[in-house]
Design a protein around this ligand. Sequence first.
Ligand code: SF4
Length: 98
Amino acid sequence: MNHNDKRTTRVEALQKLAAAPLAIGALAALQAQADAAATMDQKAAAYQDKPKGSAKCEGCSLFIPAKSNPMKANGACKLVKGSISPNGWCKFYSPKAK
Ligand code: SF4
């Protein structure tokens, strides 16, 4: 490794460090976009964090599952704001097409 190789490595490392906040910012922007798209307050939607009979968010066409552990982690909703449990329910429940 000559002097120039070391310098290139440092430059690359600095570029990666500079890009990390951008990636985190992009994730935050995606969450903000999801929140911005959702327009209904949980209270107005009569959202509850438990199912209503067999109807629950994970079976709703408006549910957006979490990327990590989609069967258990809270996700989002295209209509209702905030963190949405896959086991939740609201009055706008719309079952997925089978
Ligand atoms: S049941 Fe309500 S809160 Fe749950 S995903 Fe469907 S519309 Fe959203």
